[in-house]
Design a binder for this molecule. Structure first.
Ligand code: 8YV
Length: 314
């Protein structure tokens, strides 16, 4: 039996499976552990199951000490982990790919449809009692048929978003380090995708190279009629620059599920009608969250049981 810290509440069945084999220290509070609490509770643990907001950096790994064998992230993105430092200490890091691909791709389409058909704006007007009735040219949005969906990133979620585009009659282009060779999808360098996309949807992980990939320069190169969609990590977009571009109507709109400093949102975005904002819901279905928790727990059980991890981060 080893000691494992679970930093946020998870579905009961997955925690029970872990507790059947290990000594579980569960933080069940609503809010994430503070930096200090996290470090304190990591001490002497063999495993940690960490969720969004939990930063397992060099200091946290050192706080755990030599007993730590596995860091299981309950997310596909792992910009919260110092994977290189963990590897140097022989600690395995794992994430939860695949199980959240469809949920995140579905939410991406919800955002695409929501912003192009002005659903947030319409609902706000209706709830405010300001709707005066149907009008021929009232609250017109943009159609999707024949337009170009630009996917930035050649991974699983980008692919799942691209594959749904046929249902809306869209053409699709993808930019990534190498051509992912998705059927029917044109491979385009980012410099060509940015000015030609009608919808630009971001699906790259947050790394030093992708931080502020969409900045003022990129935004000024987009079509004035284009929409930006972000369901990956907030800091891939310079939020201040985006608020400016939306205010100046340099692009038609944006839909965001992720933010640079969650749960804070750039205050200028909150007052704008041409942006749709959701609170980091990409993987938020019961089925998907259960599968994510199960996969993270399976990774801990495997590694602490002396077996290879199911989904190691390489
Ligand atoms: C998670 C996510 O909900 O998997 C990711 O990278 O952003 C989301 O699906 C979140 O990170 C939970 O830890």
């Amino acid at each position: 039996m080893s000691a494992v810290l679970v930093t946020r509440r998870l579905p009961g069945a997955s925690v029970a499976r872990l507790a059947a084999h290990h000594d579980v220290d569960l933080h069940a509070g609503e809010l994430p552990l503070s930096h200090e609490e996290l470090h304190e509770r990591l001490e002497g643990k063999a495993g940690v199951v960490v969720l969004l907001g939990g930063r397992i950096d060099r200091a946290a790994i050192d706080a755990a000490g030599p007993s730590l064998k596995i860091i299981a992230n309950v997310a596909v993105g792992y910009d919260n982990l110092d994977v290189a430092y963990a590897a140097s200490k022989g600690i395995v890091c794992t994430n939860t790919p695949d199980v959240l691909t469809d949920a995140t791709a579905d939410l991406t389409w919800a955002l695409i449809l929501g912003i192009t058909r002005r659903l947030g704006e319409g609902e706000r007007m209706l709830r405010a009692g300001a709707w005066k009735g149907w009008g021929f040219d009232f609250m017109l949005g943009s159609g999707l048929g024949g337009k170009l969906l630009g996917i930035v990133g050649g991974g699983r979620i980008g692919r799942a978003v691209a594959m749904r585009a046929a249902a809306f009659g869209m053409r699709v282009g993808v930019s990534s380090r190498r051509d992912p060779q998705w059927p029917g999808v044109e491979f385009l360098p980012l410099e060509r995708l940015i000015p030609s996309a009608d919808i630009l949807s971001l699906h790259v992980p947050l790394t030093p190279e992708t931080r502020h990939l969409v900045d003022r320069t990129a935004l000024t190169r987009m079509k004035r009629s284009a929409y930006l969609i972000n369901t990956t990590r907030g800091a891939v977009v310079d939020e201040g620059a985006l608020a400016w571009a939306l205010k100046e109507h340099l692009i038609a709109g944006a839909a965001l599920d992720v933010y640079e400093r969650e749960p804070e949102v750039h205050p200028d975005l909150l007052g704008l009608e041409n942006v749709l904002l959701s609170p980091h819901l990409g993987s938020a279905t019961r089925e998907t969250r259960t599968a994510m928790a199960d996969l993270a727990i399976d990774n801990v059980l495997a590694v602490l049981g002396g077996h290879p991890a199911l989904t190691p981060i390489r």
